[in-house]
Design a protein around this ligand. Structure first.
Ligand code: B12
Ligand code: SF4
Ligand code: SF4
Length: 333
């Protein structure tokens, strides 16, 4: 049933299996590493201790759903007149797909165990999915902080099913990073203050997706042509030679989102943006933040031919877009 629903791996832990997570989360928030993601500083008692989120829960079922790319995601970074969109966002929004699957799997579970209850979570709930995934033995948190596994690599989403069912827990996974530092070394913005720790405020994924307003000038320059998310630290992980194929075709890259032209993206108005990204996770950031990112990529392109595309936006009604466009024009001149 698990594989039938597209999940490659399933493991179980107890809700109280991550006692060290609360302290680490508190430290992350105390250092301001969550930036503008104010929701991370809220409900930290639930986030840090899943046993308090739903006290009746006896087991947490952790699931991995692969979205492995077929081509090298880093290849697009060299096409300076084009944009790079991270692998997970090149087609349909995984939140919708994974949640539906979790619900179907949960319903099946309840048919086997009538009278029990379930709650399903993917990404947005106050649940620390990566440490739970490690405690359940799904994989381990690598130095890039994402969960990876010896039989999966690191291209997979996480989902969880909390249940009142008392299931036998699996053994936790241990660290297999060894001496490797590939992910730490490649990070364009030095976003890792130490192995296994991320300062989100320096991460291009945060800057392009979560950060509102202008991005610091020194970080803008390091964003290159990444306009939505970043895959660099994931792409270099040697364990990806064991990555499994993504069976869900709705994650397969849309041809128009593989290296789209920066000039075309800069010209999007609100309606054009919403039409292009219907059903995509990118829709969530809105036209303003998206075109801001496109302007930074234009500014980093070194392509004087893109000056008119940025020039057309210097009077944009969104002041953040206008600022980004001015910066791009100045850089290219
Ligand atoms: C907030 C968030 C972000 C933020 C912050 C990321 C982060 N690393 O915290 C931003 C916007 C930057 C982000 C980016 C990305 N994200 Co994100 N994100 C989340 C979210 C919602 C919460 C993560 C969280 O709790 N962070 C808080 C910190 C404190 O927790 P942590 O990262 O687990 O930190 C641990 C370490 O610091 C560790 N630690 C600290 N000190 C030490 C010392 C030692 C020795 C050790 C061993 C550990 C250790 O302890 C902490 C607790 O375990 C989760 C979904 C969820 N609900 O869990 C998705 C999630 C982590 N994201 C995901 C993805 C795919 C991404 C991106 C790859 C997307 C992209 N391509 O752009 C990038 C990857 C960037 C990166 N290198 O992490 C997936 C990861 C799947 C996986 N296989 O792990 C998740 C699980 C969503 C999902 N349901 O699939 N994300
Ligand atoms: S996603 Fe990119 S910017 Fe963020 S930590 Fe990884 S390599 Fe660095
Ligand atoms: S690139 Fe190396 S250090 Fe980073 S997560 Fe993969 S194995 Fe660990």
């Amino acid at each position: 049933m698990t594989r039938q629903e597209g999940f490659a791996k399933m493991r179980v832990c107890r809700p109280d299996a991550i006692p060290e997570a609360a302290g680490r989360l508190a430290e992350f928030v105390a250092q301001g590493r969550h930036g503008q993601m104010g929701w991370m500083a809220e409900r930290t008692h639930w986030r840090g201790d899943p046993a308090t989120l739903w006290p009746e829960a006896r087991s947490v079922i952790m699931l991995a759903e692969p979205y492995t790319p077929v081509a090298d995601p880093l290849a697009a970074l060299d096409r300076r007149d084009r944009a790079t969109i991270s692998v997970y966002a090149q087609n349909r929004d995984y939140h919708d797909i994974v949640k539906k699957r979790l619900k179907r799997l949960g319903r099946w579970l309840l048919e086997q165990a009538p009278g029990e209850q379930i709650k399903v979570f993917v990404d947005t709930a106050p649940v620390m999915e990566k440490p739970l995934g490690q405690a359940a033995g799904l994989g381990w948190q690598g130095k890039h902080t994402n969960l990876l596994a010896r039989d999966l690599g690191n291209w997979f989403f996480l989902g969880s099913i909390f249940t009142t069912l008392d299931l036998p827990p699996d053994a936790p996974e241990v660290d297999h990073c060894g001496n490797c530092t590939a992910c730490l070394d490649i990070c364009p913005t030095d976003a890792f203050p130490a192995p296994f720790q991320l300062d989100a405020t320096r991460c291009i994924s945060y800057l392009t997706i979560e950060h509102r307003g202008p991005v610091d000038i020194d970080l803008r320059e390091k964003m290159g042509n990444r306009i939505y998310g970043c895959d660099d630290c994931l792409a270099v992980c040697p364990w990806n030679k064991f990555a499994v194929e993504a069976t869900e075709m709705r994650y397969a890259a849309r041809p128009d989102l593989q290296s789209p032209k920066l000039a075309d993206l800069a010209a999007l108005d609100d309606a054009g943006f919403r039409a292009l990204f219907a059903g995509s996770p990118i829709k969530r950031i809105g036209r303003g933040r998206f075109v801001r990112n496109v302007c930074y990529a234009i500014g980093n392109s070194g392509e004087a031919g893109l000056i008119p595309a940025a020039q057309a936006l210097v009077g944009d009604e969104d002041p953040v877009v206008a600022d980004a466009a001015r910066w791009a024009v100045e850089r290219l001149r």
